[in-house]
Design a binder for this molecule. Sequence first.
Ligand code: ZN
Length: 310
Amino acid sequence: MPTNVDVLVSEVGPRDGLQSIKSIMPLAAKKEWISAEASAGVREIEVGSFVSPKLLPQLADTAEVVAHALSISGLTVAVLVPNLKGAQAAVEAGAHKITLPFSASDTHLLKNVRRTPEQMLEETRAIVALLRSLPADRRPKFEVGISTAFGCSYEGIVPEDKVVRLAETAIEAGCDEVGLSDSTGYANPAQVKSLVKRVRDTVGDSAFAGLHLHNTRGLGLANVLAGLELGVKTFDSSLAGLGGCPWAPGASGNIVTEDLVFMLEAMGVHTGIDLNRLLSVRKILAASLPQESLYGFVPEAGLPLGFSPA
Ligand code: ZN
């Protein structure tokens, strides 16, 4: 967490956004996007995923994207890894942070990474062993991101107890922190409060990574507010709300970074991000992904007259 911000906005568009659209963004545009967001004050970006290029050709150049992002000073470079092989590639590339998506729904887990919960726990332990074998200065931070934590498009309700147990198991297995992901856009604010509270009470404040929310049913920012009221300090979002989850039918779009930053700054919560500069980054997406829809209310309506950031 950078010292001069109240809340860390973690941009996930170059991974979550790009993995779920058909167009492939050219490497040069990815680099331009990441540099421009960092210049606008974004301090953490999930820049790609070390997954088979056959599965996700959109992210085949992740190693090159990581190399570029590492050249930007002060930026935390995060990547998603589906397994040990991905973690090895992430370590080799020099990523600062890796996130392993571990679905609380067994069906979603099987469809997403083709693992049973037992196999995924083995994978988690293998990654921990790999990281512990590294010198401290080359060891990325390891988050287990509990996906479908608020509901699953295959199984429906995901019991809170199961999510809490998984969080506990992941920490016991040796990961640094756990986050909660509403991959399917099922969450509501009451549920966010209840689950965040239980998971934090179980793993401890310092091991709770934050919230990854989607806006599929329009409750994304309401869910952010619920998290804020509990003191959650990190929220994932995607510039222009790009993307969603290809394995969750009907789910489209992370919460929109521009709208999230607007809400926080308007409420007096420091993000360290210059909203006008952030809004101009959309031009890079519009130019390099002409077939894709860009979302967001603030970019459409503009900033209110007299708006002053926190
Ligand atoms: Zn997501």
